[in-house]
Ligand binder design. Structure first.
Ligand SMILES: [Zn+2]
Ligand SMILES: [Zn+2]
Length: 290
């Protein structure tokens, strides 16, 4: 017994001695540090112009604005969102750096770059997988009272989100979603560039879905089952249903698509409105930021 303990102690000492060397590996800077820097920069790059557009509110953009419910001061929403964005990314960077001894074993690499079609196919796979997992995580956060009260309610403090609110959530939810984004890349042992491109796509999703704008000239409308920002905006106004992240097929298949949302879409088609205004907004569901 004493000998086993002595051997174990010796092995742990060897591993502990190797740890500083792991943090000298180039992939440490490219993966846990680099991927988070790329994600943060991509989100800021996309969310800031869309947020400024909402604050500026020029006449040409008003026809694309989809919120007509009562809102907290936009400036207050921006302040809350920026503060939480910095808290969440700081937490994520610390968590990622501490997880490096495990992350370095995942197969994500910086070797030879795969062909473009391999990269494109992998990103498509990541998007479909992540969207499916996000749906169930999000739905569970609403159906489990403990998770909703303690964690997800933070995201719903902002009922009239701006693009910069895309990462306004409890740090635990942010860590869960950020970890989930890595599942696809880890499963295929993705190249680091593929990972960078994927996190850019994922941050575009967060920025676009909360933007408050439904642009007619958004090429993402070519995606099947893509409803645009209005789908998730309805979720923020109603708190129930429309749990999908990007593609709405999950809510349709699993029976959580908002009836009011469908009524609105039918109304929109019937009247051929060019601007989008959720008709069911009410004071209760339009609770402003706390
Ligand atoms: Zn929600
Ligand atoms: Zn949201």
């Amino acid at each position: 017994m004493t000998e086993v303990f002595a051997n174990l102690t010796k092995e742990l000492a060897v591993v502990a001695g190797e740890i500083p060397g792991w943090y000298q590996e180039p992939l440490f800077w490219l993966f846990p540090v680099g991927a988070n820097v790329v994600a943060f920069a991509a989100f800021v790059f996309m969310a800031v112009p869309l947020t400024l557009l909402a604050l500026w509110n020029p006449p040409w953009a008003q026809r694309f604005w989809i919120q007509n419910r009562r809102s907290a001061s936009h400036h207050r929403i921006v302040r809350m969102s920026v503060k939480q964005l910095l808290i969440n990314f700081s937490t994520l960077i610390i968590f990622s750096v501490l997880s490096w001894p495990v992350l370095r074993l995942t197969g994500i690499h910086a070797g030879a770059l795969p062909a473009w079609y391999v990269i494109a196919g992998q990103i498509l796979l990541f998007a479909i997988l992540d969207d499916f997992l996000y749906y169930w995580l999000h739905r569970t956060m609403h159906t489990n009272p403990f998770l909703y009260r303690k964690i997800h309610t933070v995201h719903h403090r902002i009922a009239t989100p701006l693009s910069i609110s895309g990462n306004y959530m409890h740090p635990i939810e942010f860590l869960l979603i950020s970890s989930m984004i890595l599942i696809g890349p880890i499963l295929v042992g993705a190249h680091i560039v593929t990972l960078y491109l994927w996190v850019i796509v994922r941050q575009w999703e967060a920025a676009e879905q909360h933007s408050g704008f439904q642009f007619a000239f958004n090429p993402a409308h070519w995606l099947p089952f893509y409803d645009g920002a209005v789908f998730h905006d309805f979720h923020h106004s109603k708190f129930y249903g429309n749990y999908a992240g990007l593609l709405s097929w999950t809510d349709t298949v699993f029976g959580t698509r908002s009836n009011k949302y469908d009524e609105y879409m039918q109304n929109q088609r019937r009247t051929e409105l060019t601007s989008v205004e959720p008709p069911e907004a009410n004071a209760a569901s339009a609770a402003s930021a706390n």
